[in-house]
Design a protein around this ligand. Sequence first.
Ligand SMILES: [Zn+2]
Ligand SMILES: [Zn+2]
Length: 286
Amino acid sequence: MPTGSVVDQADIGTSASPPPFVRLPDLRNRFARRAARLGHLADGHPLGDYLALLARIAAAQQDALGRLGPGTMPAATGRTPLDHRAPRGDQGWLPVLRGMLADLRPDLTLPVDVEALADRVLAHDPRPDDLALAPFVHAALEVWFTRMAAMLDPGDLGHERSLTTCPACGALPVASTVEATGSLSGSRYLHCGLCGTAWHFLRVKCAVCEGTAGIAYHEIEGGGGAAKAETCDGCGAYGKIFYLARDAATDPVADDLATLGLDLLVGEAGWARAWPNPYLAAERPR
Ligand SMILES: [Zn+2]
Ligand SMILES: [Zn+2]
């Protein structure tokens, strides 16, 4: 068994008003925050070179986001307002990709059918020869979907129900956080790995199968309590929870990558990871 298992507290919060169901991405600092976080995490980390590359990619994403026009939404499918599986409404993401490659990897060339490559990356199903391009392709799509998601009306996404995929774009979450400030304090949010939308989800409840029995929390001994794996005996899956009271600078994508030791710990104990990290391209959802 992993060390340091604890029982989490209920989703009590500290405010009388319920937390908002969705929080759309903030275009002003969405990727700048992540770039700073990755730069911090890269220092002395076993994956430091890759985290440092992703920090440069995140900085380029923030620059590109500031230049990207409103764009055209994908056709509505009825599933979510911004369906990540629907044909893209425009190719606004492609100049973002070309710009990042020109700055960071001018040696890489795009295939003729770049939209098919994008579909494989979004499905977390890249081919072996996609792997070098995959982080850049995801980064460009992430900028484009984030730009679109920020245009949505939170009122249109305000379902008072349990959702295990993003209410804005339908993609899987990458991780969850327990908030630490103001009226959000104590509430848990799942974070979309594509468009950056966060949505409220009860604590001590499996965010994969929605079961509430057999939930436990594990952390690496001496880890300080900022990152835990929430395991579910009902479905055998786990996802990560980051506690912002322990580290307010957490970025779900960056901190997920920097805590792969936690994945090894719970993976060896028999739980399967529920959510792919988009920057670990070889990984597929269960
Ligand atoms: Zn999303
Ligand atoms: Zn479960």
